[in-house]
Design a protein around this ligand. Structure first.
Ligand SMILES: [Zn+2]
Length: 693
């Protein structure tokens, strides 16, 4: 069923999704009035208005200036932005079949709308004139950076091309979009097409919950009474960890790591070659030496050499640690009289045995100290100490919410009492809500046309307890809760003038949130907030110690399997692809790295979706390590400070240089201003328990 509604802007004007926000706190989204029937007309009217605004800027007869071009663009698209706030809530928090139908219909139209702006040659000519003009030198650094970001958004994506080159560029993009889809469909086909069915006598070692899920998966496939091991990570990983059937482990392992590499109609080897060749051709049209140079230019790492430097520095330590882990596991296997040499399909199985012997953490015991409401208070405490923010619940009903579970707090400056924004928390799982945890904004900070305060939100999937019962969570969930709150604090700290300056830099935006996770294990938080939900006693020191030690467990394996993929990704994108065979390429690359024979790449080439199903992480898989280095190094800055993690001077630097500036300063400069130097890789080594020379 589709909702047929008129596109008449007059009608759309009465649409709550499109209306200007009123009410307290500089206006709040009318979540109590959102109706799905209004979505399509609101999107249509929003796009129409936005394009009209862009057209006015592009067709202006005035000479191009910062104010009439760049600032005017920052001002455009406001109506559509508001509709997207509701779109985001439907998509993530309240999805329904009706919404997904509209989403399917509107997604291509939104893509078309966006390319109407990025391919607007008159608009780009004006942006380019401002970028190259004399006025720029007289502007503030943040305004100059804004000009560069806007210009680069066009130029980096081919807007400066003309004639044949422009046509070829567009053709390449179209073909790449097809190939990326083919790649992921092939992986999916191999995930769905290979299922291992087990009988009751083949379940040795598997936990009951896994057996139950495998039985359900088999019966879904019409194989009642059997047990299905599907060809996905969530099935493979626990199977290899727990199954004591060694031959089956090998079979499951081989099937999983052969995805996309079976020489059949779903084989991805040829797809990879064509993708790499087209990417190379496309960036050469733009005048770049190779794909990785193009990709990293506007990342914090800036060049492939910088990314390689970090990866190559960590690699030997990761491999050395993996060898120790293998030796430990071999000891366990020998003691059992297993009579085997550790193979890749034994790694998880014996690692689990080693873990149990060395670091056994009772997750249920840990949980007793992790109460949702106490952790929320802990986050508010940290926000107060570091950011000088105060969180106060708003009166029930004073701010509209889209579900009764959603609660709202006002964020103010603890000293001045000034209003900073509103924090929305949607903590519980429910049908129609996507899984996992995330943070987002309904409105971002800016000041250039008057102050807009932040509306930030955190979203989780905790299971609601019975009335009066506390909600307890796992250690991983507690870390994630802090992590996502770190994103929210990043939004609330913004002091930038223009909306675009709130945008993220891919290898940098997870850093702030990862850093905040470190406050969970500070004594102040442990003693006041990680308290037993019945006795009120703080988490005992030996349990805290166990948690810290467990974090360093199996880092050789985890780092090696990840880094092998990151290095091969970068190698693909810094190699001439004209005569390339992925199988041989991967084999040679790993041999050159001296990859331990017991470990395989986390994602082998033929199923490396991060890199070949799209371009989000192509020549960018290194980014996880990059932000881990920053995180570890920044955490050490606090450890070394006189006041530790609550040092006032460090906290001020944190806010001034790492949080408030967002993307108005080059991240590398911002980090140097915070630390007095670049981040050092050794901090990451220590964090993972690797030896440091
Ligand atoms: Zn994050």
């Amino acid at each position: 069923m589709t909702t047929e509604t008129t596109q008449d802007p007059a009608t759309a004007g009465s649409n709550a999704l499109l209306a200007k926000w009123d009410g307290p706190y500089g206006g709040v989204p009318p979540f109590d009035k959102m109706e799905i029937a209004g979505l399509k007309p609101a999107l249509e009217a929003g796009m129409e208005r936005s394009l009209a605004e862009i057209d006015e800027i592009a067709k202006s007869t005035e000479p191009p200036t910062f104010e009439n071009t760049i600032a005017a663009m920052e001002r455009s698209g406001r109506d559509l932005d508001r509709v997207f706030t509701f779109w985001g809530v439907w998509s993530s928090n309240l999805s329904t079949p009706e919404f997904r139908e509209i989403q399917g219909e509107m997604a291509p139209r939104l893509a078309e709308y966006r390319s109407k702006i990025t391919q607007n040659t008159e608009l780009f000519a004006r942006v380019k004139a401002v970028y190259e003009g004399d006025e720029k030198a007289s502007l503030r650094p943040d305004q100059q950076r804004l000009i560069w970001l806007v210009y680069d958004g066009f130029a980096h994506n081919g807007a400066a091309l003309e004639g044949e080159a422009k046509e070829r560029y567009a053709a390449i993009n179209q073909r790449l979009a097809q190939l990326h889809t083919t790649f992921s469909n092939n992986v999916l086909a191999d995930e769905e097409g290979y299922v291992q069915y087990l009988t009751k006598d083949q379940l040795g070692g598997l936990p009951p919950s896994f057996v139950q899920a495998a039985a359900a998966a088999a019966s879904d496939r019409g194989r009642e009474g059997e047990y299905a091991i599907t060809n996905t990570r969530s099935s493979m990983d626990p199977f290899l960890t727990f199954s004591d059937e060694r031959e089956l482990r090998e079979q499951v392992w081989r099937t999983y790591y052969s995805r996309g590499d079976n020489g059949d109609e779903h084989d991805n080897n040829a797809v990879i070659v064509e993708i790499l060749q087209l990417r190379d051709e496309r960036v050469k049209l733009l005048g770049y030496k190779g794909y990785a140079e193009w990709r990293l230019e506007n990342r914090m790492a800036k060049t492939p050499e910088n990314a390689y430097e970090v990866m190559n520095a960590v690699w030997p330590a990761a491999v050395a640690r993996a060898k120790e882990e293998v030796a430990d596991m071999q000891t366990v296997a020998d003691a059992e009289g297993a009579g085997i040499q550790i193979e890749p399909w034994d790694y998880r199985f014996y690692a689990e045995k080693a873990r149990k012997a060395k670091y056994d953490l009772d997750s249920d015991e840990v949980k007793q100290y992790l109460r949702l409401d106490k952790l929320r208070e802990a986050m508010f405490f940290v926000a107060g100490e570091l950011f000088n923010f105060q969180f106060t619940p708003v009166a029930e009903g004073s701010v509209p919410v889209f579900h009764p579970d959603v609660k709202v707090w006002e964020v103010t400056d603890r000293t001045s009492g000034d209003h900073v924004g509103l924090w929305y928390l949607d903590p519980y799982a429910r049908p129609g809500k996507k899984s996992g945890a995330w943070a987002t904004t309904y409105r971002s900070h800016e000041t250039f046309d008057g102050v807009r305060t932040v509306l930030g939100s955190n979203n989780s999937n905790f299971i609601k307890g019975a009335p009066g019962e506390p909600v307890l969570m796992s250690w991983d969930d507690a870390e994630t809760f802090f992590h996502e709150f770190g994103h929210a604090l990043h939004y609330f700290s913004s002091n930038v003038e223009y909306p675009t300056l709130n945008s993220g830099v891919r290898d940098y935006t997870e850093f702030q949130s990862q850093l905040l996770e470190h406050w969970l294990l500070t004594d102040e938080v442990i003693n006041r907030y990680l308290v037993h939900h019945e006795t009120g006693e703080p988490m005992p020191a030996d349990l805290v110690e166990k948690i810290k030690r467990a974090a360093k467990f199996n880092q050789g394996f985890a780092t090696t399997e990840y880094l092998a993929s990151a290095l091969v990704d970068m190698k693909y994108h810094t190699t001439d692809p004209s005569d390339l065979d992925p199988r041989a390429f991967e084999r040679t690359a790993l041999a050159e790295l001296d990859m331990p024979r017991e470990i395989v790449m986390r994602h082998r080439s033929t199923h490396f979706g991060h890199v070949f199903s799209g371009e989000g992480y192509s020549a960018g898989y290194y980014g996880y390590l990059w932000s881990d280095v920053l995180t570890a190094d920044a955490a050490e800055a606090f450890e070394e400070a006189p006041g530790g993690f609550y040092d006032k001077d460090m906290a001020r630097k944190l806010v001034d240089h790492l949080f408030s500036v967002q993307n108005s300063v080059d991240p590398a400069d911002a980090y140097r201003a915070f630390r007095g130097r670049d981040a050092q890789i050794e901090a990451l080594m220590r964090d993972r328990g690797f030896p440091v020379e």
